[in-house]
Design a protein around this ligand. Sequence first.
Ligand SMILES: [Zn+2]
Length: 218
Amino acid sequence: METRWYKEREAVAEASREMARKGLVSGSSGNVSMRVGERLLAITPSRKRYDQLAAEQIQVIDFDGEPVLGDQVPSVESLMHIAAYQKRADVNAVVHTHSLYASVLAVTHLELPPLIDEMVTSIGGEVRVTQYAFPSTEDLAHNAASALRDRNAAILANHGVVGVGVDLHEALAVCELVERASKVFVFAKLIGKVHLLPEEIIATEKELFTMMRSPKTS
Ligand SMILES: [Zn+2]
């Protein structure tokens, strides 16, 4: 058995199974990756069910998309994962889901405003909707990375969600939060006026978000 990056590949497999358990994807939609070393990532394979994914099926590729380890086809959204790592040096994990309520915003092209405190402290503020691009393309990767420049999540137009974090736990939690807040937003819009957080609170929480992500100096 190939033992290189086994711990990392097992962590990606476990996060994928959790993503499926939480109902954030169905079948083989969505994908998960983590950074391994300088210019490599461990990423889920294409067209495999997530609820039974094993470490052996996780692929390691480099930032040019070239295979380094594994005999499966890496996720078709590899370019988006790579673009996120290249855009954000603080990001070590990327999770992409097709969750239901966020998909409602993806097709209405409504950005998710800062409704609840965690959206600002964990994501950095509103979740932007990217311009539409065909799945798996350079354009989609570019649009996603641009929307993620100072946010931990983005909604991909007519497609789904991408969440990032310092680790897999955070990236997955971000995707869950986007889904919960999207659901709140959709229902709130159906029954009445949506009140956002007070502006001064958003400003303070944004500072907190930035502070927690700036490189540590000692
Ligand atoms: Zn997708």
